[in-house]
Design a protein around this ligand. Structure first.
Ligand code: MN
Length: 491
C-alpha cells in the first residue's frame, strides 16, 4: 500500500554565470555524478533527480516553482559546488513549499596536494559557497536539514535517507483524509484538540462519519467475500477448535465493510470509539489490527492525532524491517531491579508487530456492551524502539518521543487476551515516565520498531513542530528547564 519509490527529491546545484562556459560544464557534470550516485544508493528509498544547474535568480525561481507543483517531488536537496550569491535565492526560497535539505559536500573528498592550483580552487568552493547559501536560509528563518560530509560517505547517505523518509511522511499528510467514527471518548482531554489548526499546520483533514453509514456497508458484505476472508484467517492464524464461528464470521464481515469504507473514501486512517457503536455487533478488533498492518493509521477512542501520527510513521518506515503501531502505556511492572511498561490496548494492537503466527481468539470485553470481539493475540519481540506522542498544547502542537528498550516476554500470560509489548523507557523508568508526564505526553502513542529519533526530529522540523526527546541523556532538571524555555520560544 505504501510505495516510496514513486517519489522524487530534486538535486539542485547553485552557481553563477561569471565562471565561464568550461567551468560551468564541469559543475554540471559533477552535480550530475553526485545526483546519480545518490539515486543508485539502495538505502535511499526515493529517486534522486538531477536538475540543471541554476545560475540566475530567474532559473532558481523557476526550478523551485516547478518543485512546488510537481506532485511526486517531496523535497529538494541543494548544493553550492561553486559560489552562488545568495540574494539570487531569495525569491525562490520565499515561494518554496517543499522540504529542504542542504547538502554541504564537495566533489573531491581529498585535497590533491601535488596538483592543486587556482583553477581547482575556483571550481571547488562549497566550503564558502555553502556558507553564503546557509546564511540566506537562516536569515529567512527557514528550517532545513544540513548534512555535512563527502557524498559517498556512509553517514552522509544515511542522513539523506532518513530525511527522505521524513519528507515522505510529510508529503503523505498533505491532503490526507482521516475518518472519525464518533467523537472522542467522553471527557478525555489529551485525545482531543484543534482539528482546524491541525489542518492548517499539517495539511491533513479529520472529519466525522456516522457509524450507521459504516454499519450499512458492513451489512452489505457478500457471503462470498466473508467466506474468502475466513479462509485467509484460517491460513494465517492459530484458531482454537472451540472458537465460536459466529464471532469470527462477524469480525470478517466488519473487516470487509470497514476496508471498503476506507478504500472508497480514499482515507489514510481512521479512529473509532466504543461509546459510539450503534448497530455494530462487536467492537472492531482483528479488522483494525489487520488494516493497521496494511498501512492505515489508527488510534482508539477518537484519537485522530495519534491515528495521523501512526500513519506518518508507517510511511517513514515503509520497506524497513519492523513495524509502526498504535500503542498505549497500559500497566507497570514496578520491580525496582527490573521496571517495565506493559503496552497494549483493549484489542487493537497492530498485527505488523506480531512475533510469529498470532492466535485468533474470541473473548468478552468488559467495555462497550457488545458481543465478544475477535482479536489477534501475540507477543511483540524485544529490541530498540520508541514511543511518539503528538499533543495539542493550546498554542502549538508538540511531538514528544521516548526511546525505549523492548524486552522479550518470558512469562506465560494465559489470562491476558490481548497482544502486548514490554519495554523499559530510557534513560530509566523513573526519569522516563516523569519526563513524559511533565511534557504532557499522551497515554496513546505511535510505537516504532524501525524509526530513530532522527526520523522524528527531521519530521518535526519539516512540520514546524515542537520536538521534545526523552533518551539516554535526559536529566530531569534540565528537561524541565527545556520545557520552560520552550514556553517562551512559542509564546
Ligand atoms: Mn486507549
Amino acid at each position: 500500500m505504501i510505495d516510496l519509490k514513486k517519489f522524487e527529491v530534486w538535486f539542485i546545484t547553485g552557481t553563477q554565470d561569471l565562471y565561464g562556459e568550461e567551468t560551468l560544464k564541469q559543475v554540471a557534470a559533477h552535480a550530475q555524478k553526485v545526483a546519480d550516485s545518490l539515486n543508485q544508493e539502495s538505502k535511499i528509498p526515493v529517486h534522486v533527480v538531477y536538475k540543471p544547474i541554476v545560475k540566475t535568480p530567474e532559473e532558481i525561481f523557476e526550478t523551485l516553482q516547478q518543485a512546488n507543483v510537481t506532485v511526486n517531488c517531496i523535497g529538494i536537496i541543494t548544493w553550492m559546488h561553486t559560489f552562488s550569491p545568495a540574494k539570487m535565492w531569495i525569491r525562490g526560497l520565499n515561494i518554496l513549499q517543499k522540504p529542504l535539505l542542504h547538502l554541504h559536500t564537495q566533489f573531491n573528498r581529498d585535497i590533491p596536494w601535488s596538483t592543486i592550483d587556482m583553477d581547482f580552487m575556483n571550481l571547488n568552493q562549497s566550503a564558502h559557497g555553502d556558507r553564503e547559501f546557509g546564511f540566506m536560509v537562516s536569515r529567512m528563518r527557514r528550517d532545513r536539514k544540513v548534512v555535512v560530509g563527502h557524498w559517498q560517505d556512509e553517514s552522509v547517505i544515511s542522513e539523506i535517507e532518513i530525511w527522505c523518509r521524513a519528507a515522505a511522511g510529510w508529503n503523505d499528510w498533505q491532503g490526507a483524509k482521516f475518518a472519525r467514527f464518533g467523537d472522542n471518548m467522553r471527557y478525555v482531554a489529551v485525545t482531543d484538540g484543534d482539528k482546524v489548526e491541525a489542518e492548517l499546520k499539517f495539511g491533513f483533514s479529520v472529519n466525522t462519519y456516522g457509524i450507521g453509514d459504516l454499519v450499512e456497508i458492513i451489512n452489505s458484505s457478500s457471503e462470498q467475500s466473508i467466506k474468502e476472508l475466513l479462509t485467509e484467517y484460517e491460513d494465517s492464524y492459530h484458531i482454537a477448535t472451540n472458537t465460536p464461528y459466529s464471532s469470527i464470521y462477524e469480525a470478517a464481515k466488519i473487516e470487509i465493510g470497514l476496508r471498503k469504507f476506507l478504500v472508497d473514501g480514499g482515507f489514510k486512517g481512521f479512529s473509532d470509539t466504543f461509546e459510539d457503536l450503534h448497530g455494530m455487533v462487536q467492537l472492531p478488533g482483528i479488522a483494525v489490527q489487520r488494516l493497521m498492518a496494511d498501512g492505515y493509521g489508527f488510534a482508539g477512542e477518537g484519537d485522530w492525532k495519534t491515528a495521523a501520527l501512526v500513519r506518518a510513521c508507517k510511511v517513514m518506515g515503509a520497506g524497513l524491517p519492523g513495524g509502526n503501531a498504535f500503542m498505549e502505556d497500559y500497566t507497570y511492572h514496578f520491580d525496582p531491579t527490573n521496571s517495565m511498561v506493559l503496552g497494549s490496548h483493549m484489542l487493537e494492537i497492530d498485527a505488523s508487530l506480531a512475533n510469529g503466527k498470532a492466535n485468533l481468539e474470541v473473548h468478552p470485553l468488559g467495555i462497550g456492551g457488545k458481543a465478544d470481539p475477535a482479536r489477534l493475540v501475540f507477543n511483540v519481540a524485544g529490541g530498540n524502539a520508541l514511543n511518539a506522542s503528538l499533543i495539542d498544547m493550546g498554542n502549538r502542537f508538540r511531538l514528544l518521543v521516548n526511546e525505549v528498550t523492548a524486552v522479550n516476554i518470558e512469562n506465560e500470560l494465559p489470562n491476558l487476551p490481548v497482544a502486548r509489548v514490554l519495554w523499559k523507557p530510557l534513560p530509566d523508568m523513573k526519569t522516563g515516565c516523569a519526563a513524559w508526564i511533565y511534557a504532557g505526553g499522551a497515554h496513546h502513542t505511535a510505537y516504532s520498531q524501525n524509526l530513530s529519533t532522527q526520523h522524528l526530529l527531521d519530521f518535526a522540523n519539516i512540520a514546524g513542530l515542537e520536538y521534545i526527546n526523552i533518551g539516554a541523556d535526559t536529566k530531569i532538571t534540565q528537561f524541565r528547564n527545556e520545557l520552560h524555555w520552550n514556553e517562551v520560544y512559542y509564546k
